[in-house]
Design a protein around this ligand. Structure first.
Ligand SMILES: Nc1ncnc2c1ncn2[C@@H]1O[C@H](COP(=O)(O)OP(=O)(O)OP(=O)(O)O)[C@@H](O)[C@H]1O
Ligand SMILES: [Mg+2]
Length: 432
């Protein structure tokens, strides 16, 4: 199905009589049905464009030259509508807005050749479920359409990683728990921890779990999860003034194997300078109105953004490699966090690459730091292999000691578990 040509580079594509477009499939093909039984339609004033988009799906897809033409055929069954690039006029978006009030069985996706912040905002405000811009490929379009179809009424359960979970959005006013993943030394395993923890929590939690890549300059969460995100933290921050929990979901990319929602760092490292601590604080506030857990993968520095995230975190996972420079820096980091009045019961130390081969005694390290580790993650080649594959260890090597350590770590963050497993219960001492 997937074709690698530059789909949606509208200037370079010839829609007239192109051999790659199937010839009028509606004459003989059965109707295309999406997951959950929803039907699919494509609207564009240019018939060549709507035929082309429809031809990317197996089976017959309804096409229309305008929203009003399609509306006359809309029934009560679930329907996903792809809006082509001609459907960005105010009158079109007004129709979409009206459908949002009167037709809960219809969901729209806008496909555009050029995406501006202004258009993105207008489309999402009107109720468009997702906006795709060039360059995108066929598989991405199909994936988006299927995801939107699953959100339609009638699809009462969300399918995640082959298992079914009851959809359980947060109640009004309920707020998710913020877990930041931090270290005092680069390369100690924060992103490996954040992605594995995120996947385990998403699989086990009934509520949405979001992983925000807070390494705004060189974030690599999207790569580690092999995602091709349409939106980044920068887009979400741009729309903060208009954000509500239902809008937030549209900025997130789903990691299909687990159901984890991801908000990646900006693609351009220079954008990091434009993002302030208060903006990230507002972003997290918006995400926690939607998700049961918000994980934030941080860089190994104390800057304004990091301090703001740490301050807002309910739990802080401190990752340390098991070597002398790491341990020295953790000691300094713990003193800094203590000076910042971070309650010690919020800290969870993860000792990474913690096994006998590294010649450092874990108990001695814990004694030196005055903190007992929440997890010992062994050094294992499965980790770099999984990073290179873009598939976290808990998925690609579920029986490994690394996967088991992350599974055990996640348990303390599942609903109701922290109070019990938290060292603040008096069994364990954090600061020496
Ligand atoms: N337990 C482990 N065993 C083997 N290799 C590991 C382990 N943990 C991490 N690594 C390797 O270390 C590399 C760095 O890990 P990671 O990217 O998670 O660090 P980080 O703290 O997020 O780095 P940065 O500070 O640059 O964001 C990974 O590419 C991975 O291959
Ligand atoms: Mg990282």
């Amino acid at each position: 199905m997937t074709q690698d040509y530059d789909f949606l580079n509208f200037d370079s594509l010839d829609f007239d009589g192109d051999d790659e477009s199937p010839a009028d499939p509606q004459e003989y093909e059965p109707e295309h049905r999406l997951n959950g039984g929803a039907a699919l339609a494509v609207v564009d004033s240019d018939k060549a464009v709507s035929d082309y988009l429809a031809g990317l799906f197996a089976g017959a897809v309804d096409t229309a030259s305008s929203l009003s033409e399609l509306e006359s055929r809309l029934g009560l069954s679930s329907q996903v509508v792809i809006l082509g690039p001609s459907c960005t006029e105010p009158a079109d978006l007004a129709v979409v807005e009206q459908w949002g009030r009167t037709r809960p069985n219809v969901a729209t996706i806008l496909v555009t050749s050029e995406l501006s912040t202004h258009l993105l905002h207008k489309a999402l405000r009107a109720g468009v479920k997702d906006v795709l811009s060039a360059p995108i490929d066929q598989s991405m379009l199909i994936e988006t359409v299927e995801r939107v179809a699953e959100s339609l009424p009638g699809a009462e359960q969300m399918v995640r990683g082959g298992e079914t979970h009851e959809a359980a959005p947060l109640a009004d006013g309920e707020q998710g728990r913020v877990i930041s993943i931090f270290s005092t030394k680069g390369g100690s395993g924060k992103s490996v921890t954040a992605t594995n923890l995120g996947v385990v929590l998403a699989r086990r939690s009934q509520k949405p779990v979001v992983l925000l890549d807070g390494h705004m300059q060189f974030g690599d969460v999207a790569v580690m999860l092999k995602l091709q995100p349409q939106h980044t933290a920068m887009d979400a921050i741009d729309q903060l003034d208009n954000m509500d929990p239902s809008m937030m979901e549209r900025f997130l990319t789903v990691h299909e194997p687990s159901g984890l929602y991801v908000l990646p760092a900006p693609m351009e490292p220079t954008f990091a300078d434009q993002i302030s601590g208060p903006q990230v604080a507002r972003l997290i506030e918006a995400i926690r109105g939607f998700a049961g857990h918000v994980l934030v993968d941080l860089p190994a520095i104390f800057n304004e953004v990091v301090l703001s995230v740490i301050e807002d975190s309910d739990e802080i996972v401190l990752v340390a490699g098991l070597d002398i420079p790491n341990i020295k820096n953790v000691k300094i980091g713990l003193s800094t966090l203590e000076m910042l009045n971070v309650p010690k019961e919020r800290l969870h130390l993860v000792l990474n690459r913690a096994d006998s081969k590294v010649k450092l005694n874990v108990s001695e390290v814990e004694r030196t730091l005055g903190i007992v580790a929440a997890a010992h993650v062994p050094s294992d080649v499965v980790v770099p292999i999984s990073v290179n594959k873009g598939s976290p260890v808990v998925i690609s090597a579920p029986k490994s000691g690394v996967a088991r350590a992350f599974e055990e770590l996640a348990v303390r963050f599942l609903d109701g578990a922290v109070a019990e497993s938290n060292p603040s219960s008096g069994r364990r001492k954090f600061f020496g």
